[in-house]
Design a protein. Structure first.
Length: 59
């Protein structure tokens, strides 16, 4: 069974969070789903919150 991962892009600076890769430098393990990231997490590039991210549509 393969798990589907999505990518989320910051609408302010364009930084992308990839669920498959996680963000180890921010303490987020690979495979961490977007909904499992704490609500107070901030974009590592520009500092905005999760509300300023949008899911990237897969073609």
């Amino acid at each position: 069974m393969s798990q589907e991962f999505t990518k989320w892009q910051c609408i302010v600076c364009g930084w992308i969070y990839d669920e498959a890769e996680g963000c180890p430098e921010e303490g987020i393990e690979p495979g961490t789903k977007w909904e499992d990231i704490p609500e107070d997490w901030l974009c590592p590039d520009c500092g905005v919150g999760k509300e300023d991210f949008e899911m990237i549509e897969l073609a």
